[in-house]
Design a protein around this ligand. Structure first.
Ligand SMILES: O=C(O)c1ccc(O)c(O)c1
Ligand SMILES: [Mg+2]
Length: 643
């Protein structure tokens, strides 16, 4: 499979773009004319630079306003084409993209356009070049790939093919299966882009909001299945106009692009029988079924504070690592690990972020296969020397450069707790059960610009889907939230994107130097009982305003007794359209904004209480860092030279 990406898709100058594109694994680039024009060097130099990166120039684009021009513009257009052909030959590329005419003076007519293309094909062929015709969704006379194909068919010239761009087809709601009747060898090139469903002007939507396949809402897989069914064997390229990407990290956007393409084509291969696709074998998206553990890094003193906190929520010290300064805390199926090692990854994470979550263990169907798929999708594998008695657990880097380890039941990894940990000797007489059963979800905070990256990361490696994005109003700005979930809800990760550091989320990432896990939500089967038990042990929940409960009672028509119970325990409440109910109890903030949440889901409630988030955040901001609470986070990190 030959892959390419248009230079417009990546930020930076041409050199930076090419370096990032090559490093990500693409075989070619589309040179977007403006990137070439802005470059301080001739076409030969650019061509050489591209080849020096191990890339080929798959296409030069766009040539605008070509077909259907009246004279004298028609003659001038052909002169202009010849000049571009000169440039292409110096660059060392064969194919030019001609997009459908948008000029108000252009004349319609399929046969007129076909005649122009036949002549263009003659001129191109004389130089050993080819042209491809692409219907822009806002083209003046041609805005549908079926019409572009009809022009190409009637032009009937070997040097003229049709170019299909998923955005133009899908944004207009054209059935992608109409592509299946085009002969594959008449398709000159394929451009792919996805986009979020937004009701807006097509041109504006296309130029500002495209994103990588799988990041948006268009049915790019169906488009691509149809293309492959034609027998198309050419380059598959990404052409992404996106305001955010233009300012993003060239390296990370290029990797996202490559990941999206491999993930897409892997899915196509699995769902369109009999297609011919040279793509390395890889396991299908991996079934994951929950969070096996969450690991904190801390120094000794803070580990003590964390322990007090965990004990106060009903966790008991369940074990010590066989060879490392690591303790295990347990309640129900929840495993919390505290790592106090003075070397290795956890310690490095401690020096950067302070006390924080540095590692997440995911329960997967097959840990080795997970690593294999993650590698094929350009995730970063992680390894460090293992200590005596330790298992080699496959791992990759995740959000905020934290780790994700994979555990399965099919290997000895399923016995990690009994192999790597010795049961705690001392019996804790004060231990109690708060009724927490499992991790409902884990919330990761990041800069808003990274949300698409991590959404694609999770949904391409694991068999998960993303929920629609919701806006959460923080008094300091907007935070966007999106959940990644598997089908039965046993794995839930929420991604929160902060636009500035005045929000609680933005403050957390700024002050913890990019650490990502901002809260853990534990499930209980009876939130009132849990709240009561915690209260008896001195747990002080986040205090919610009276106004919230007054509104809640009116909004859902709740019985005053019930509202009073919620209020007495500071429990937030939500209900869905089918009568499913959600209860949330929050801890105070620790350090720079880390917290715990306790939830109960009833009657199939599947959300995250988005309507409560604004009131919870307001309460958290009121109580940010009250005196006397453990100081998780880097304020207490004693990094060398960083007093
Ligand atoms: O927005 C445009 O003008 C434009 C140009 C070239 C393309 O291939 C395209 O899809 C859009
Ligand atoms: Mg295009």
């Amino acid at each position: 499979m030959k892959t390419a990406i248009a230079t417009v898709s990546i930020s930076g100058d041409l050199k930076e773009k090419l370096a990032a594109i090559a490093a990500a694994g693409f075989s070619g680039v589309e040179i977007f004319e403006n990137d070439f024009l802005a470059f301080d060097g001739g076409p030969r130099e650019v061509g050489q630079m591209v080849r020096d990166h191990g890339l080929e120039i798959s296409l030069y684009q766009p040539f605008r306003d070509f077909e259907g021009m009246p004279e004298p513009q028609r003659g001038r257009t052909f002169d202009r084409v010849e000049r571009k052909f000169d440039v292409m030959q110096e660059l060392g590329t064969e194919l030019m993209l001609v997009c459908s005419n948008v000029s108000p003076i252009s004349l319609g007519g399929i046969d007129r356009a076909a005649t122009d293309f036949r002549e263009l094909g003659e001129r191109a062929a004389k130089r050993g070049l080819k042209v491809g015709y692409e219907a822009l969704a806002w083209g003046r006379h041609v805005s549908d790939h079926r019409d572009a194909w009809e022009v190409v068919r009637r032009a009937d010239h070997a040097a003229v093919g049709v170019i299909l761009d998923s955005f133009h087809t899908l944004a207009r709601g054209i059935d992608p299966d109409t592509i299946r009747s085009i002969p594959g060898d008449r398709i000159a090139f394929i451009q792919l882009a996805d986009a979020p469903k937004i009701d807006m002007d097509l041109l504006y939507w296309s130029r500002h909001f495209r994103n990588m396949p799988g990041e948006g809402d268009l049915d790019v897989p169906s488009f691509m299945r149809a293309v492959m069914a034609t027998g198309y064997k050419g380059v598959i390229s990404l052409e992404i106009f996106n305001d955010q990407f233009r300012g993003g990290s060239p390296k990370s956007i290029a990797v996202d692009g490559y990941r999206s393409l491999v993930n897409l084509m892997d899915g196509v291969r699995r769902s369109e029988p009999g297609i011919d696709l040279t793509l390395p074998a890889m396991p299908d998206r991996i079934a994951a079924s929950g969070i096996e553990f969450v690991e904190f890094t801390a120094n000794e003193e803070e580990a003590e504070e964390l322990g007090t906190l965990f004990a106060g929520m009903g966790f008991r010290k369940a074990g010590r690592h066989v060879s490392k300064d690591v303790t295990l805390w347990r309640q129900g199926d929840i495993n919390l690990v505290v790592n106090m090692e003075r070397e290795g990854f956890a310690h490095a994470a401690y020096l950067v972020h302070g006390t924080s979550v540095c590692d997440i263990g995911l329960k997967v169907e097959d840990a080795t296969a997970t690593l294999e798929r993650a590698r094929a999708l350009k995730a970063q594998p992680f390894e460090q020397p293992i200590g005596p008695g330790e298992l080699k657990i496959p791992a990759i880097r995740g959000v905020g450069a934290g780790l994700i380890h994979f555990l399965d039941e099919r290997s000895e990894l399923g016995n990690v707790w009994s192999i790597e940990f010795r049961p705690a000797e001392e019996r804790d007489e004060t231990a109690f059960e708060a009724g927490l059963t499992r991790i409902d979800h884990i919330a990761q905070t990041m800069n808003y610009e990274e949300m698409l990256t991590w959404t694609l990361f999770y949904t391409s490696i694991f068999a998960t889907r993303r929920t629609p994005m919701v806006d959460i109003v923080d008094p300091g700005g907007l935070v966007r939230s999106q959940a990644i979930e598997n089908a039965d809800g046993s794995l839930r990760v929420t991604l929160n994107g902060a636009e500035n550091r005045k929000t609680l989320a933005g403050h957390f990432i700024a002050e913890s130097f990019g650490s990502s896990v901002q809260h853990l939500a534990f499930s209980t089967g009876d939130i009132f009982k849990t709240a009561e038990r915690l209260r008896a042990r001195g747990f002080k929940p986040l205090e919610i305003s009276q106004n919230y409960y007054d509104d809640l009672e009116a909004r859902f028509g709740l019985e005053p007794d019930f509202t009073d119970r919620l209020k007495a325990e500071n429990i937030l409440y939500d209900r869905d359209g089918e009568g499913g109910e959600y209860f949330q109890l929050y801890s105070p903030n620790y350090g720079e904004g880390f917290f715990f949440e306790i939830v109960e889901r009833r009657g199939g409630y599947d959300g995250y209480g988005a309507s409560n988030a604004q009131f919870r955040i307001a309460a958290q901001k009121r109580s940010l860092r009250p005196a006397g609470l453990p100081k998780l986070g880097p304020t207490s990190a004693k990094a060398p030279g960083n007093p």
